[in-house]
Ligand binder design. Structure first.
Ligand code: NAD
Length: 499
């Protein structure tokens, strides 16, 4: 009998009652490691009711007291880094070194959230007329639904959840059903940090659970991270139910390599950004765009031996570079896209299909793959592959590179490698992309800056973490205040002005 993962509601583990479960795999062996309960509409309603009650208390808790809980969570996360990494990796499959980076980024957000009282200060104008003071305050929104993807099961629930509760909201995380254990451990750590029961909840499930959150009248806001088709649905369906919604979605991130770039640096950057976490990152570089024939040759000559040297392996093998993909379906999809590229005329320089490892023959591995001479009309260029596959475009000019980036439906991240400041500046001004790296391949902003893409990589107006998150997780009230001693005139029927 495999273990069954329950929900976390009102500060306790609560067994699922819907009778529906999903399989959670060990991606390195392909075996079912556990089962996770899928919540029904009735179970979602129960967790929302619990969170509404918890929100009453938490939203009225002084913000420095809330910050103290968040600071304790930061300390607990630091102390439990290794345990969290094990919990994360056994289901996701990423290497322990990669998980350590993800967890640190999560800690960074918690640390930033502890400073929320400063960012929630509001605005005040003294004496704007006739003894009147005018001020704006930021209040929590209520119960926030947070729907998160499989690829960062610690960092992304914290991106939104830490900021949401720091602002005085209650949070219901519906994590990916593929790797539900690390989000459960986060909930346990919040409880240990002293967060009142019901402020941070975890419910598992599929579309039924998500739809119940999207349609629930007592959930005024939804924060989503995941693929574009699902994000678009969540944005439209949530807005149709009068919620504020932000949805951070899929990507196809280009890296332009100018002829003056340091080619060794550029090749190393592509290896890290293209193949780290087996390409299962929304900020992975999946397209290299060499400017000019010579750049293309110099780059590809360096890339081929480096890609061939990358080793597949399970998360606890310190020598492993490439982890297994999350599911068998993901492996099959990536392999079929590689074949599609070959069929469409691209040049397959390193083929990672069929990669096997003794003792892990049924794992969901795809080896590092390099495809050259890719063109914009090919499916492997248009689609987010989300695997260890780097496409090198047929060489083009700088203007063509910018055009290609702007024509792509996604606009999450982009990078340029060059020694020329003018080019880098012009590039940053020209591309319609949310996050730009100049000689930085994965320009994921730190927690105190805002994160977010452009075009179909994001739906909604606000960004993730950074000062913008305060806008999403609070609503503003503006108060005009005059004390009786300041009232000089009698009744006035004309519209009030300052004159
Ligand atoms: P996904 O869209 O399949 O799932 C995300 C969440 O939505 C999960 O909790 C899932 O259970 C739920 N979901 C799935 N199908 C649904 C449906 N039909 N109706 C309602 N809910 C549904 O994404 P994933 O495979 O878990 O994650 C990978 C994707 O996430 C990639 O596209 C990646 O680029 C994207 N991503 C984006 C960012 C970003 O910040 N832009 C960050 C990480 C991942």
């Amino acid at each position: 009998m495999v273990e069954t993962i329950s929900h976390f509601v009102g500060g306790q583990h609560v067994a699922g009652t819907s009778g529906r479960f999903g399989d959670v795999f060990n991606p390195a062996t392909g075996e079912v490691a556990s089962k996770v309960a899928y919540a029904s509409r009735a179970e979602i309603d129960a967790v929302v009711r619990n969170a509404v009650a918890a929100h009453e208390v938490w939203s009225n808790t002084p913000s420095p007291k809330r910050a103290a809980v968040i600071f304790r969570m930061r300390e607990l996360m630091v102390a439990n880094k290794d345990r969290l990494a094990q919990e994360l990796c056994k289901e996701h499959g990423k290497t322990l070194a990669d998980a350590a980076g993800e967890i640190q980024r999560g800690i960074d957000v918690v640390e930033f959230a502890a400073g929320a009282p400063h960012l929630m200060k509001g605005e005040f104008n003294h004496n704007i007329g006739g003894g009147i003071d005018l001020y704006s305050i930021r209040e929590p929104v209520g119960v926030i639904g947070g729907i998160t993807p499989f690829n960062f099961p610690v960092m992304i629930p914290l991106w939104m959840g830490a900021m949401a509760i720091a602002c005085g909201n209650a949070y219901i995380n519906k994590p990916s059903e593929r790797d539900p254990s690390a989000p459960m451990m986060l909930a346990e750590l919040w409880k240990e940090a002293g967060l009142p029961d019901g402020v941070w909840n975890v419910v598992h499930g599929d579309k039924e659970a998500v739809d119940a959150l999207l349609e629930h009248p007592d959930v005024p806001a939804i924060s989503f991270v995941g693929s574009t088709p699902v994000g678009e649905y969540i944005y439209q369906h949530g807005c149709a139910h009068n919620k504020r919604v932000q949805a951070f979605c899929g990507a196809k991130n280009h890296m332009v390599i100018m002829p003056d770039a340091d080619m060794d640096q550029a090749a190393d950057a592509l290896i890290g950004a293209g193949y780290g976490s087996a390409g299962e990152r929304c900020m992975a570089i999946s397209v290299a765009v060499p400017v000019g024939e010579e750049t293309s040759k110099a780059l590809v000559d360096r890339l081929v031996p480096k890609v061939q040297a990358l080793r597949i392996g399970p998360y606890n093998d310190p020598e492993a570079d490439i982890n297994p993909l999350i599911t068998r379906q993901a492996k099959e999809r990536v392999e079929s896209l590689i074949q599609r590229g070959v069929d469409e005329g691209a040049s397959l320089l390193v083929d990672g299909r069929g990669a096997t490892l003794q003792g892990y023959e049924n794992g969901f591995f795809v080896g590092a793959t390099l495809i050259d001479q890719v063109h914009t009309n090919m499916e492997i260029y248009k689609t987010e592959i989300f695997g260890p596959v780097l496409s090198v475009m047929a060489p083009c000019g700088y203007e063509d590179a910018v055009q290609m980036i702007n024509d792509h439906e996604y606009g999450n991240g982009v990078a340029i490698f060059t020694r020329d400041g003018d080019t880098a500046r012009a590039f940053s001004n020209s591309v319609d992309v949310g996050m730009i790296g100049v000689n930085v391949p994965i320009p994921v902003p730190m927690a105190f800056h805002n994160f977010g893409g452009a075009k179909r990589s994001k739906f909604g107006d606000t960004q993730m973490h950074g000062p913008e998150s305060i806008r999403f997780f609070t609503k503003m009230k503006t108060i005009s205040s005059r004390w009786p001693s300041g009232i000089k005139e009698g009744a006035q029927l004309a519209f009030p002005t300052n004159n």
